[in-house]
Design a protein around this ligand. Structure first.
Ligand code: ZN
Length: 176
């Protein structure tokens, strides 16, 4: 497995020009993500989450859609999740939400490239882990967008365990 490390994210930039460019750059994937979230949640309005480092919108996936295998997936700034996976009080749930919010930071940077690059990285990881034991999953373990090119790696719940102080700081950065 690629081993990522928990890092403190910089606050999201808020200058008016940056916000305007970011809104345009992220618009295509956001439209897709909010449409998917709206459909998966049965037309519910999303709940806004986040802090200085990121903002996202939570859509609980309703049961009966055949999507029970999905834990949480971030499409642009829309975070689709199985109830309890990212909205519980446990440190594991809060770190999972911080991980999904860290994906929204990738999306700020990658814009329309976010989905194609994720699909590519997932495919490569699945290919390279074929027949090998995995820690998180085949599409996560050797995926740089899940482990190293992200401030809260999906391996954070496995190894190396960050200290409680590091976890507390990063959870505050993400407002979770
Ligand atoms: Zn992830």
């Amino acid at each position: 497995m690629l081993v990522g490390h928990l890092c403190r994210p910089r606050p999201r930039r808020q200058a008016p020009l940056v916000r305007a460019v970011r809104a345009l750059w992220t618009l295509p994937t956001n439209l897709l993500g909010h449409l998917a979230g709206w459909m998966a949640s049965g037309g519910r309005l999303p709940r806004r989450v986040g802090g200085p480092a990121a903002v996202g919108w939570l859509y609980p996936i309703r049961s009966g859609l055949g999507l029970d295998w999905v834990g949480a997936v971030t499409l642009g700034h829309a975070i689709l999740h199985r109830p309890g996976v990212v909205d519980g009080p446990t440190t594991a749930a809060r770190l999972t939400l911080a991980h999904e919010l860290a994906h929204t930071r990738q999306h700020d940077l990658l814009g329309p490239l976010y989905l194609p690059l994720h699909l590519l990285a997932q495919g490569l990881s699945a290919l390279l882990t074929r027949g090998r034991p995995t820690t998180v999953s085949r599409v996560h373990d050797l995926n740089p967008l899940e482990q190293t090119f992200i401030v809260v790696p999906s391996s954070v719940l496995y190894a190396p365990r960050p200290t409680d102080a590091e976890v507390t700081d990063v959870l505050a950065d993400f407002g979770v």
